[in-house]
Design a protein around this ligand. Structure first.
Ligand code: BES
Ligand code: MN
Ligand code: ZN
Length: 486
């Protein structure tokens, strides 16, 4: 899909030839002095609540517009949330295989936030997954023209939003693939493909031998229950001088989580193909970095394997030694995410990072706590936590800070090792974070539990592409801007 931003007034947008013209109207719509704008103003006046977010007025072959169909779309106060609900409602109402060219016109000036929301929601509404279907229903929507009167003002936000869409779509693609189309080996190939196409990105892939040499005993313990070999993926984006310390992103890459010997119940177990959404979001961020080319350095680490159960599978009670040297009693083989992550977190030390953020579909408890709206954010570092919250707001990819009091680590104590991999049922998202925290003493660290936000269940089952938006906004905001330049 091709996004374009043009400086056009509403009447100019109406003269663009296209299949559908969406006109976004806020409560404070002020008409310009032309016939089409006056018509819109009259319609609002007569149809009292037309500008309420999500309200639509469809028009067919209107005499004052070149579009086949025009939809007047209420976007309320013009906030990102209301723009999103308006655009999603409008696109649901015109869903057709004939929608090839879309013009999205702002009735009045747009803002950085409303432009971003508009671009993200058009992309969301027109996404479809085809990889495993015999008949590829290629998405017909080719061109999206965003028409605003104040294009120069919002150009940078527009470009950032389009860059994020590319990453989000790549994340959705890999996250949605079933486990037999997204093995650790295939994920590594996807990472290598991103690197091959971009001179600023390199990719190194470690296999079982190299991982054993590093002493990643926790990661290996999870992988040993499957015939599919593990992969440890190291991506590096170098957009700035070597002297600039990198941010490290660590993505949980369990391509299928059966629970292992502590096996999960059958219902909805298919959804555990999404247990590599953290990894997919790291791939998505690198895809976006390749497009936006910001002057920063970023490292992506993906420990990837299956959590299955064969004759060699790790058993409850087994004690393993992590790369950090800490021994771990595996009381529940279904708490495998933290096992693969802890070794990746130790590996991250070698980059002397300015910050390490891990992203993981880590706990069902986080879904209970926060549902599908906000990802769980855990960090002992105030500045890092606040920066991530701001980035989430900026991207409309929300998170919520959770506590890390020492008392929450109490249940991880055991007589048989330095730490157990599970505590009691209560506060499960927090004790998981407390476990991870033990491996992060050497750098500022944050953990995003995306178990509730990375995919949707039910009728609209599918990956959301989150938290690519949040991460990209965070990374771009962390750029060191030289004094005196913009
Ligand atoms: N991948 C799951 C977490 C999960 C479960 C995400 C359901 C989304 C929906 C993780 O590996 C897991 O199984 N966690 C266990 C931890 C428990 C054994 C302490 C859980 O949440 O039940
Ligand atoms: Mn599990
Ligand atoms: Zn898991």
């Amino acid at each position: 899909m091709n996004f374009e931003l043009k400086p056009l007034s509403l009447v100019e947008a109406a003269s663009e030839k296209c299949d559908v013209l969406l006109v976004l109207l806020t409560d404070s719509y002020k008409p310009a002095k032309d016939g089409f704008s006056a018509f819109v103003a009259r319609t609002i006046k007569d149809g009292d609540t037309l500008t309420k977010a999500g309200k639509l007025l469809p028009l067919y072959k209107h005499s004052m517009a070149q579009a086949t169909r025009v939809v007047l779309v209420g976007v309320g106060d013009g906030s990102p949330k209301q723009v999103r609900s308006g655009v999603l409602a409008a696109l649901a109402s015109v869903k057709s295989d004939k929608l090839k060219r879309l013009v999205l016109a702002f009735g009045n000036a747009s803002t950085a936030a409303s432009i971003k929301a508009a671009v993200a929601s058009v992309a969301d509404a027109s996404y479809s997954f085809n990889t495993t279907k015999s008949k590829k229903e290629d998405n017909p929507l080719r061109d999206v023209l965003v028409a605003v009167s104040n294009a120069t003002e919002v150009q940078a936000s527009f470009e950032r939003a389009v860059g994020i869409v590319e990453g989000v779509n790549l994340t959705k693609e890999w996250a949605n693939r079933p486990a037999n189309y997204a093995t650790p080996t295939l994920l590594a190939k996807a990472a290598q493909a991103i690197a091959t196409k971009n001179s600023k990105i390199t990719c190194q892939v470690l296999g079982p031998k190299e991982v054993a040499k590093l002493g990643m005993g926790a990661f290996m313990a999870v992988a040993q229950g499957s015939d599919e070999p593990l992969r440890f993926i190291v991506l590096q984006y170098s957009g700035a001088a070597k002297s600039q310390t990198p941010t490290v992103l660590v993505g949980k890459g369990i391509t299928f989580d059966s629970g292992g010997i502590s096996i999960k119940p059958a219902a909805e177990m298919d959804e555990m193909k999404f247990d590599m959404c953290g990894a997919a979001s790291v791939l998505g961020v690198f895809r976006t970095l390749a497009t936006l080319k910001p002057a920063i350095n970023v490292v992506g680490l993906i420990p990837s394997c299956e959590n299955l159960l064969n004759g060699r599978a790790v058993k409850p009670g087994d004690v393993v030694t992590s790369m950090s040297g800490q021994t771990i009693e595996i009381l529940n083989t279904d708490a495998e995410g933290r096992l693969v992550l802890c070794d990746a977190l130790t590996y991250a030390e070698r980059f002397k990072p300015r910050a390490v953020i891990d992203i993981a579909t880590l706990t069902g408890a986080c879904v209970v706590a926060l549902g599908a709206l906000r990802s769980g954010l855990f960090s002992p570092d105030e500045a890092l936590a606040n920066a991530l919250i701001v980035a989430g707001d900026e991207a409309q990819d929300l998170c919520w800070r959770m506590p890390l009091d020492e008392e929450y680590a109490e249940g991880l104590k055991t007589s048989f090792a330095d730490v157990a991999n599970v505590a009691g049922r209560s506060g499960g998202a927090i004790s998981a974070a407390k476990y991870l925290q033990r491996f992060t003493a050497k750098y500022p660290w944050a953990h995003l539990d995306i178990a509730g936000t990375a995919w949707k269940s039910g009728a609209s089952k599918g990956a959301t592409g989150r938290p690519v938006g949040l991460l990209v906004e965070y990374l771009l905001a962390s750029r060191v801007v030289p004094q005196g330049s913009k």
